[in-house]
Design a protein around this ligand. Sequence first.
Ligand SMILES: Nc1nc2c(ncn2[C@@H]2O[C@H](COP(=O)(O)OP(=O)(O)OP(=O)(O)O)[C@@H](O)[C@H]2O)c(=O)[nH]1
Ligand SMILES: [Mg+2]
Length: 274
Amino acid sequence: MFKAPSDSSDSPGIEPQHAPRLAEANPIMTAADDVIVIVPTYNEAENLEAIAAAVRAHGYRLLVVDDGSPDGTGEIADELVSTDDGIAVLHRESKAGLGKAYAAGFARALELGGEVLCEMDADFSHDPADLPRLIAAIDEGADLAIGSRYVPGGGADDWPWHRKAISSGGNRYASLMLGIKVKDATAGFRAFRADAIRRLKPETCDASGYAFQVEMAWRASEAGLKITEVPIRFRDREAGTSKMSSSIAIEAMALVTRWGWQRRFGRSSRSVDQ
Ligand SMILES: Nc1nc2c(ncn2[C@@H]2O[C@H](COP(=O)(O)OP(=O)(O)OP(=O)(O)O)[C@@H](O)[C@H]2O)c(=O)[nH]1
Ligand SMILES: [Mg+2]
């Protein structure tokens, strides 16, 4: 299990009016140990060991959130935890959706003292080698860094045309309905400053599935947080099977439509401070 978070209350006091603006003059690098990468898993037995090794190679901590995978992913996670202090696992009883898994994962990662909390899939669609670039964007002042397929340099090269169409159509619809300026609001490769997570309260999100990503991007943009999109090349999974289903896509469409109508004709938006 993880070490207890260190107490930062003994940090030296700096007179704000005389001190240089350290964040601008000399960006503070997040220590690797202060980063927790949250990886939700459902039937990822073929991928978990390799993804854990890739995260730990950077020195980042790993939190696996497993929803009672029948293929033994949870047991593999337990083995990893027993040999590495930098790995933790949160076992949940049954498959409750990516959004609920992340909400629970963020709550645990905050308890564990993470300063930068990342989201990453277990299937290598998100390249762990890109994690330092997301964290660098946080160090440079972003509250939320999104690994984006839709900024110059990003892409999803090996996706078939229909996956590309669903993804870009979903992003356009979210931007039209919600006014989100983010180019890749459905992306699931992200880094958040811990304070941003405390403010956005993921545990109060409506979405259980992938719409969670849109809801969090929307909340972040409504809250005026600084969002930086970092280009990434998304790759198709090589091992294991996709959990994407028509019911997940329908939930996303229905929720974005409902939020859009509420935004235009009802409550202006769901305040994150409620
Ligand atoms: N804990 C948990 N993890 C989930 C759930 N659904 C999906 N995941 C995980 O979330 C990540 C993304 O799911 P994928 O099946 O890869 O979905 P996707 O990336 O949109 O689809 P593909 O491109 O087809 O792989 C993977 O690590 C999954 O194991 C869930 O209900 N609970
Ligand atoms: Mg995937």
